[in-house]
Write a new protein. Structure first.
Length: 435
């Protein structure tokens, strides 16, 4: 796992340490522990756990700092100048430190190792593909065999007239299915609307908190000097001589830290993205919705008839549901974050400049809030449209699949004995293949 923009992490840590070297070690250590904790907390299968194991020790890089290490400082652009200002708190960042932060050589080394071991790695990976393909192959054969067995059983035990009656009854039952499906999707959309209201309120509260800056107190030490006479009355040689003495005193002042404003902007952007993602993820329970839809279908069909096998319809329904994909929503506001640039750095003491910094922060947060709210509302509207299409498509596909299967059986009854013989040959073939 390669983690970029390491310089951003350093700009958050630099004020809590005494040197850039200490900031590098502390930031790497903290982020590495976080990565290990997140990966350890995942509920995943053994194969994926093996893949993620090396990610517990990430490689931290900064392409920005790497490029800066190969430039003269006079050639830095505005963004690069901002980076050096953020991390050079102790005036100890040189080209060697920039290369260390950039860390691109570490990535190149691993890349070269991967290229060197490519053939061996691909061979090992191919060995794991075969068992997975075999399982998929076996499951597909099993589904096909089950479908053939059910059709053969209906052909042997039923007749065309009885199947026709079942088909008419099925039309009424499908109307019930559609009504129940409408309920399931309607509940999802209602939950989404409630989540939208709650999330907009969270965004506005977060904007209020992040638009505020807290005054900090600083102390300055001042040195004054004065002349002290060295004359001694009984030593004429000392007459008229003197030396300079010094004394110190402290003054206190109030200031704003420009890094606090940058942190507030970054926090609001990150929290906003998190609130919006949670609004969708917490509302749309994909697996739960699939179970509800499957239960709707099974519960709405009459399985009391001996000629009506619910297992066949369950199989058809599951095949239909396997094709359903629910939208997964994401919100990326990186462009808005990148568009916000700071006009201040370090301590801002001047009263007028402090007011300007506060206003700039408030205006930036307000602008971000408007952008995020508009995007969120648009995403919700788009999501509603997709759910409506999904609802219509699911009901239509369910009806199409079931009717097509029954029409096929109706045609097969035109030549019942021949179709029975064909299914028996097919089942014999399945048994041979599965051996």
């Amino acid at each position: 796992m390669v983690c970029s923009r390491f310089d951003d992490g350093l700009s958050d840590t630099i004020y809590d340490v005494d040197s850039i070297e200490e900031a590098i070690e502390e930031t790497r250590s903290g982020l590495a522990k976080r990565a290990a904790s997140v990966i350890k907390g995942q509920n995943i299968d053994e194969a994926l756990a093996k893949v993620l194991e090396p990610c517990k020790t990430p490689i931290f890089v900064s392409s920005m700092c790497w490029n800066m290490s190969e430039k003269d400082r006079a050639a830095y652009d505005k963004q690069e100048q901002l980076v050096i200002n953020n991390i050079n708190e102790y005036d100890d960042v040189d080209d060697a430190i920039l290369k260390k932060i950039g860390n691109i050589d570490a990535v190149r080394k691993i890349y070269d190792e991967v290229i060197a071991a490519k053939d061996e790695t691909m061979s090992a990976k191919a060995g794991s593909f075969i068992p997975a393909s075999e399982n998929e192959y076996k499951n597909t054969l099993k589904e096909l065999r089950q479908s053939a067995e059910k059709n053969l059983e209906i052909l042997k035990t039923g007749d065309r007239e009885e199947l026709s009656k079942q088909k008419k009854a099925m039309s009424s039952q499908i109307n019930g299915v559609r009504s129940s499906v409408e309920t399931v999707f309607g509940e999802m959309l209602a939950n989404m609307e409630c989540a939208k209201i709650d999330t907009l309120q969270l965004l506005r509260e977060a904007s209020k908190d992040c638009a505020k800056l807290t005054d900090r107190q600083g102390t300055e030490t001042h040195v004054t000097s004065y002349r002290v006479s060295d004359s001694v009355w009984y030593k004429p040689s000392t007459w008229g001589t003197s030396h300079r003495a010094y004394s110190t005193y402290e003054t206190h002042y109030t200031y704003l830290d420009a890094s606090d404003a940058l942190e507030n902007i970054r926090t609001f952007a990150t929290d906003s993205c998190s609130y919006i993602e949670k609004a969708f993820y917490n509302t749309v329970d994909v697996m739960g919705t699939k179970r509800k839809l499957l239960n709707v279908v099974i519960e709405n069909f009459d399985t009391s008839s001996e000629m009506y096998d619910p297992a066949l319809f369950r199989l058809i329904t599951e095949q239909t549901l396997n094709k359903v994909e629910f939208p997964v929503m994401k919100m990326d506001i990186s462009e808005e974050q990148a568009a916000v640039s700071s006009k201040f750095s370090g301590e801002v003491r001047d009263s007028r400049e402090r007011s300007e910094l506060k206003k700039l922060l408030a205006d930036t947060i307000s602008s971000l809030l408007t952008t995020v709210e508009d995007k969120f509302v648009n995403e919700v509207n788009s999501f509603r449209s997709e759910i409506e299409k999904l609802k219509s498509g699911f009901s239509g596909q369910l009806l199409e699949n079931i009717e097509a299967d029954f029409n096929k059986l109706m045609q097969q009854f035109e030549n019942k004995e021949k179709e029975i013989a064909n299914y028996e040959i097919l089942l014999t073939l399945f048994k041979e293949v599965q051996k």
